[in-house]
Design a binder for this molecule. Structure first.
Ligand code: PPS
Length: 118
């Protein structure tokens, strides 16, 4: 297990009829074009014809100093269709670490997997 494996709770289900509060942003699922983003390897996070998604611990973190351009890097990465990113910077490790994963989990971006139509 890596420090970001969230094995104790498993994936957090997300339903498109419930808007996601993602940092300072409300992010409706339809913002993203449906496409194949890879098998997440779990039943709850796998293919779903209902368009459900799941929240996963981050696979990458952006670390930077103030005014170092981290926001620009995040926005550039967000353009990629296979990347899901948080809206506002969560500042988990420097400001909210004491709040634990209970605080961090709802901040995870929603991962949605759609079948690839041949
Ligand atoms: N490519 C590139 N080249 C030069 N400068 C750049 C670049 N990308 C972002 N920026 C400037 O970085 C500043 C924002 O940094 P951060 O995203 O780290 O912001 S913050 O510290 O979290 O507020 C912010 O500077 P200011 O405009 O002076 O505030 C951005 O203009």
């Amino acid at each position: 297990l890596t420090p970001f494996d969230d094995a104790d709770s498993g994936p957090v289900l997300y339903r498109p009829d419930q808007p996601q509060v993602d940092g300072d942003y409300m992010v409706p699922l339809k913002r993203f074009a449906p496409r194949f983003v890879g098998n997440t390897g779990s039943a709850a996070g796998g293919l779903s014809p209902l368009g459900e998604g799941s929240k996963k611990p981050p696979q990458a973190l952006i670390i930077g100093v103030k005014k170092g351009g981290t926001r620009a890097l995040l926005e550039f990465l967000r353009v990629h269709p296979d990347i899901r990113a948080v809206g506002a910077e969560p500042h988990f490790f420097d400001r909210n670490y004491e709040n634990g994963l209970q605080w961090y989990r709802p901040v995870y971006p929603v991962i949605t997997v759609y079948p690839l139509i041949p």
